[in-house]
Design a protein around this ligand. Structure first.
Ligand code: ADP
Ligand code: MG
Length: 326
């Protein structure tokens, strides 16, 4: 049994160049993903979650630049590979269900053919018949009848389209799958069902998973560990149980209060006041300090280090405190 993490991200730092200046979208982000484990990445919109995912896959737009850090997939530094080597890792090493991908299926092709084509692109020499067999195998795994391969995207419901997109991401048998807000556009019941199925597939296939969402209530059930991102940085990283029962970071606490639980229990929904900062000119010191109810003198001057509080529970805060136990 190899217990080295399948994915190890260290000090990842990425900017976007724009006419207005540099956008500091990912700043000094570090985390590990253990084999067979599921990591939830959560934070409000604009906190850099998708940017982290694209950096891991090296699928960055022209104006993005990786400034620092390492991404080790099974010990191999993805950021040091040339473009040809990166292509081998994409989809087979790390695959991704893109945000809003369910709406990006080409309307003029049958759903099955689109997945077959994706497979053949990534496995040179794979015959169409072999690719088709693979899709026939995959469809039932994501809850779709194989006969649906012959249908067009408009004949699919939202949930069915999302299942097809998940099948596409699974088709290359990746070691790591990243699901970026895969269920946000769906109603809560379908969302819950697809999430649980995705979790079951991940376990069955022994894959590791990074699950990205802005809704902390959604990831509780599907994550072993949770990373809370704020304004391009990792604010807190711990086991899902510790994040919910013992959150140290005031932002984690605020996020939990801002979303109702997925079961739809009646509870007060406290809005999180303010908005995440513009990353063209992020706040000095701790980027959360302008919104923080617990700030102390050092917060607006110095960036808090990302420290292990024990039990693999990391937090970047000058005034961490256990809340939720009282
Ligand atoms: N192509 C781009 N060019 C410039 N800025 C970008 C680009 N893509 C994203 N950003 C900015 O990077 C920051 C992080 O965005 P993103 O990674 O999409 O966050 P999230 O996925 O958490 O919503 C935001 O401030 C966003 O406006
Ligand atoms: Mg995003």
């Amino acid at each position: 049994m190899n217990d080295k993490p399948i994915l190890s991200v260290r000090n990842l730092t990425m900017h976007y160049y724009t006419r207005k200046g540099d956008v500091s979208a990912v700043d000094d982000v570090s985390f590990d993903l253990a084999r067979g484990q599921s990591l939830g990445l959560v934070g409000e919109s604009g906190c850099g979650k998708t940017s982290v995912a694209f950096s891991l896959l090296r699928l960055l737009p022209e104006n993005a630049q990786l400034l620092a850090g390492n991404v080790y997939l099974d010990g191999c530094d993805v950021l040091a590979l040339d473009e040809k080597e990166v292509r081998k890792i994409r989809w087979r090493g790390i695959s991704m269900v893109f945000q809003a991908a369910m709406n990006a299926l080409d309307p003029v092709y049958r759903v099955g053919d689109q997945i077959i084509e994706a497979l053949q692109t990534h496995f040179r020499g794979l015959s169409e018949a072999e690719a088709r067999d693979r899709v026939i195998e995959l469809f039932p795994m994501v809850g779709l009848d194989p006969s649906l391969m012959e249908r067009y995207p408009h004949e699919f419901s939202g949930g069915m389209r999302q299942r097809a997109v998940i099948a596409m991401a699974l088709s290359c048998d990746p070691r790591v799958i990243i699901a970026d807000e895969p269920t946000t556009a769906l109603d809560v019941i379908v969302q819950d069902r697809i999430l649980n199925e995705l979790r079951a597939i991940q376990r069955k296939m022994g894959m590791s998973m990074i699950y990205i969402t802005h809704d902390i209530a959604v990831i509780a059930e599907v994550s072993d560990r949770i990373g809370v991102m704020y304004a391009g940085r990792m604010a807190e990283l711990a086991s899902a149980v510790d994040i919910f029962e013992n959150p140290f970071h005031p932002y984690t606490h605020a996020l939990m209060n801002a979303f109702p639980s997925i079961e739809g229990e009646k509870q007060e929904l406290k809005a999180l006041p303010g908005e995440p900062p513009d990353l063209l000119s992020p706040p000095s010191g701790c980027r959360f300090h302008p919104r923080c109810s617990r700030k102390i003198e050092s917060c607006n001057r110095l960036q808090p280090p990302f420290e292990d509080m024990g039990d693999d529970h990391f937090v970047a805060c000058w005034n961490p405190r256990e809340v939720g136990n009282g």
